[in-house]
Design a protein around this ligand. Structure first.
Ligand code: MN
Length: 305
């Protein structure tokens, strides 16, 4: 298993890879014989959590701590042992993640306490929260292993606390995934309706984008703008659902179900590209958003039209 895992560690130094290997061995040893609710060997969980954090290129101590994030709870190992084996910094991160798990109370009180703890953790060391978010993501991906009541509680907490936190931190991918994993559990009927509707409409919208993509590309290049990439993204289900609630559930009013995404090298080129596109198609009133001049509160910047 290490063989396959270590292939992802290309941007870490030899010494860092060695520390990560030590953590991997401890985790494998500790969780030996334990299984997840899904029936999978337990080690698949810390490994999946580490993989998410590796994809964000986080530092070696974060990766070490993510592999070990459940060992204080689940195995006979102490913080002191961890300090000796993987260093004070990683041991501190593991202990902080473990502490975050302990929330008393039920219902609203519980929400208040979890939120407060998360914000304190952000202030103390942001890496603790990043590990916790990656942990929650894999727990949501494997949520079928829990009872229906527990699934509802975890998904609700994900929607109320974890997804907004990921958004705050500017990790849009994680926010979108956390929401879309929770959506069918919290609103099963609405989810079923929405996915059915989208299945009918999306192919038409995509076909249109396929047709205009080369046109846009040609005009950008003849206008002297050379995109780094140009593709299209489809709107996430939960975010689409929220938007529909504001638009009388009328899917025809959602103009960005599928949208062209153009990435360029500079801010100047963003505005040049916008000018070129508006010379080809007349913009829709009220649908132009300049998040470059006016970034979203989490720092997000781009232009929408
Ligand atoms: Mn975990």
């Amino acid at each position: 298993m290490w063989e396959k895992f270590s292939k992802q560690l290309t941007h870490y130094t030899e010494a860092e890879r060695e520390r990560i290997r030590v953590a991997f061995d401890i985790a494998e040893h500790c969780h030996h014989g334990q299984t997840r609710g899904t029936g999978d060997p337990y080690i698949t969980h810390p490994v999946a959590v580490a993989r998410e954090l590796i994809s964000l290129k986080l530092d070696a101590s974060t990766i070490v701590a993510s592999l070990l994030h459940d060992v204080l709870e689940d195995c006979k190992i102490t913080k002191k042992d961890l300090e000796n084996k993987v260093g004070v910094e990683a041991a501190f991160l593991v202990e902080s993640v473990t502490k975050l798990d302990h929330v008393r109370y039920q219902g609203f009180e519980r929400k208040v306490e979890s939120t407060r703890k998360m914000f304190l953790a952000v202030a103390e060391d942001i890496r603790v929260v990043l590990i916790k978010l990656a942990d929650r993501m894999h727990n949501m991906q494997t949520i079928r292993g829990l009872t229906p009541e527990k699934q509802k509680r975890v998904a609700q907490e994900t929607l109320e606390i974890y997804a907004p936190l990921a958004y705050r931190l500017g990790i849009g991918e994680w926010k979108g995934e956390l929401e879309d994993l929770s959506f069918p559990i919290i609103y099963p009927d609405e989810y079923k309706w929405l996915t059915g509707e989208v299945k009918n409409l999306l192919p038409k919208r995509k076909k249109y984008l396929d047709k205009i993509l080369p046109v846009v590309m040609g005009h950008l290049e003849s206008g002297g703008v050379y995109p780094v990439s140009i593709d299209f993204r489809t709107k996430r289900y939960y975010s689409l659902w929220r938007k529909l609630l504001r638009n009388n559930l009328d899917l025809e009013r959602i103009t960005d179900l599928a949208a062209l995404r153009i990435i360029v090298n500079s801010i100047e080129e963003c505005y040049q590209a916008l000018g070129i596109i508006h010379s080809l198609w007349r913009p829709l009133p009220g649908k132009i958003k300049d998040y470059i001049a006016m970034p979203k509160s989490n720092g997000y910047q781009s232009i929408h039209t």
